[in-house]
Each structure stands twice: as C-alpha cells, then as structure tokens.
Design a protein around this ligand. Structure first.
Ligand SMILES: C[S@@+](CC[C@H](N)C(=O)[O-])C[C@H]1O[C@@H](n2cnc3c(N)ncnc32)[C@H](O)[C@@H]1O
Length: 246
C-alpha cells in the first residue's frame, strides 16, 4: 500500500511548523490536553509514539516520569527537529512508517499516536501490530482528525452567512470510506476516512476494549479567550480514544 510522506514536502512542512508555533492552535488548546488527560501515571513506563513528529510529546512523557520512549516517524524533516530540539538519553527516534512497527523487537506499556493515524490506509493491520507490541494490560491512546473532517474532500466545508461567518457544517459522503484528498498548505494531502463504527469495530476486532473517547469542545473559559472556537459545537476537530489490550 502506498504511504504518503507529505511532511517532507518543504512548503507543507513550513506551513505546518508555523501553525504549531501558534499558542492558540487547536492542537495546543484542545488536542494535547485531551490526549494527556487519557494517559495514566507514566512513571517507569515504556512508551512507543507513532508519528512522533517534532518529538515534543516524547519530551513531555519523559518529564512525566516515563523510563523509555521510542518515537517513530515517516518524515526525515520532522525527526531532524525531534533529534535536535527534543533529544534525551531515554528517547530513541526511528525513521520508520508505522505500518512497519512489527520490525521493532521490544514491548511497550503504552502506545500513543497523536494526529497521525488518519494518514494510514491499513488501520486494521497497524492495530494488530500495536496489539502485539503491547505488554499485557497495556493501553493504546490515539487522536485523529474527526471523522466529520476526514470525509471532506473539495468545496467549502461550511455554509456561511453573507459576512463569512460559519452557520453549519456541510457534511458529505460520511458513509463513503476511502482515501480523501484535501488542500492544506499544498494540494492533494491524502487522509483516510473511516466511520466511527469502523474505528470502534476495528479496535474491538484487534483485541482492544474502549475505555474512553473524547471529542473536545470548548468550555466557557476557552470561549472567553478564543470566541472563534465556538464552531467546534457544530463539528469537533478531533476524536481521541483510549483502548486497553484485552
Ligand atoms: C500532524 S503531525 C503530528 C506530530 C506529533 N504526533 C504531534 O502531535 O505533535 C503527523 C505526523 O505523523 C507522521 N506520519 C504520517 N504518516 C505516517 C506513517 N505512515 N508512519 C509514521 N508516521 C507518519 C508525519 O510525518 C507527522 O510527523
């Protein structure tokens, strides 16, 4: 199966790096706090981070007491930053697509993946490999673009009023599971759309039990600071899942 490595595209990389530096980004305001709220006490834990990007999360896991981290990513450019800005003797970074993690000869207490799994076509195959790499009692925690986003391809995602304010989401082809292409810094950014039921059923079939799910929406405090995030009541940007190895 073809694997996309869009983060090594210079234009995409520069655009993505810029939004991640914005402290009001949805990643920082919603996704990271939700992801971290799903994690147990990390003291002494061995963790595998799939699609670790700049390695910021890996450093956070060390600060939270983790004993060993393996961070893997398909992008050389992302790992270059991880190795220069977020290195630690307890972290090993590997250039590897997550589809190939069966080549890792090590077991983990926790596998985490933040906003990377929607770039993977073979979700079932990767889930089976994650299950194999987890110790008994291990957990898999991941975030992905919300299925109401991954189904979108082409056209305006929103119906707007005459001033451009978002009125409601234009949901199209939610039930068509396939590779979708969107424009994000560059044309043809590929993601894989899976319905909610497919995500849940694939996890169950791979031997996981769902412990918790989060679709982050703003509370009053966040709305007061970032009023534009009110649109998340129409469509959450992210889906987060915590699943335990059965
Ligand atoms: C949106 S970034 C998130 C980075 C990091 N997890 C974070 O939240 O800061 C997605 C990352 O997934 C990586 N990625 C995409 N497809 C991948 C694959 N098949 N295997 C491993 N990494 C992949 C990209 O190169 C990129 O670094």
């Amino acid at each position: 199966m073809a694997k996309q490595n869009i983060f090594d595209n210079q234009i995409f990389f520069d655009g993505y790096k810029k939004i991640r530096e914005n402290q009001a980004s949805a990643n920082i305001v919603f996704e990271m706090p939700a992801l971290y709220s799903l994690l147990p006490d990390l003291s002494g834990k061995h963790i595998l981070d799939l699609g670790c990007g700049f390695g910021e999360h890996c450093m956070d896991y060390i600060k939270k007491g983790a004993e060993r981290i393996v961070g893997i990513d398909i992008s050389e450019k992302m790992l270059e930053i991880a190795k220069t800005e977020n290195s630690d003797p307890k972290i090993t970074y590997l250039l590897m697509p997550m589809e190939d993690i069966d080549s890792i000869d090590e077991k983990f207490d926790i596998v985490i993946s933040s906003l990377a799994i929607h770039y993977v076509e073979d979700f079932k195959g990767v889930l089976a490999k994650i299950h194999n790499l987890l110790n008994d009692g291990g957990i898999f925690v991941f975030s992905q673009e919300h299925p109401f986003s991954t189904c979108h391809s082409g056209g305006d995602r929103w119906t707007r009023d005459e001033n451009g304010n978002k009125l409601h989401l234009n949901l199209k082809n939610y039930g068509v599971e396939k590779e979708t292409e969107s424009v994000w810094f560059v044309d043809n950014v590929k993601r894989y759309h899976r319905m909610f039921s497919t995500i849940v059923n694939d996890l169950i079939d791979a031997g996981f039990e769902i412990e918790r799910m989060i679709e982050p929406i703003p509370d009053d405090e966040i709305l007061a600071k970032y009023p534009d995030h009110k649109d998340l009541f129409h469509k959450p940007d992210f889906l987060l899942v915590k699943a335990g190895k059965r």
